[in-house]
Design a binder for this molecule. Structure first.
Ligand code: SF4
Ligand code: SF4
Length: 106
């Protein structure tokens, strides 16, 4: 059966490109936010800067190869994102990304 735990964020990046409302700051300390390079922070400082729906800190091509340029210091909401949860699947679906191949059926 499909294993949602097989979802590979490094070949996805959909949730980082889904909505400018998603990478918002929440419970981060001022010290943690100060670590983020200003070029990746929204002008109103309420979240990550986005170009359209895409977080400015996302590198690469969605659905092919992606990485977070601030991974070690990314916002709390990004840390709480769970591959395979409802939000993840909604974002993946928006980009037409399917679930992992069901290898047990081969
Ligand atoms: S949409 Fe899901 S699989 Fe894709 S990067 Fe986000 S958490 Fe990972
Ligand atoms: S900070 Fe990193 S993990 Fe969070 S939305 Fe941007 S690229 Fe994705």
């Amino acid at each position: 059966m499909n294993s949602l735990s097989d979802l590979d964020c490094q070949t996805c990046g959909a949730c980082c490109s889904f909505s400018s409302d998603w990478p918002r700051f929440s419970t981060e300390s001022d010290a943690a936010l100060d670590l983020l390079p200003p070029r990746f922070v929204a002008a109103d400082e309420t979240g990550m800067r986005c170009d359209g729906s895409r977080c400015a800190a996302l590198s690469g091509r969605v659905g092919v190869e992606t990485s977070c340029l601030v991974y070690d210091i990314r916002p709390v909401v990004c840390r709480e994102c769970v591959p395979g949860d409802a939000a993840c699947l909604m974002a993946r679906d928006a980009f037409g990304l399917t679930l992992p191949l069901d290898r047990s059926a081969l």
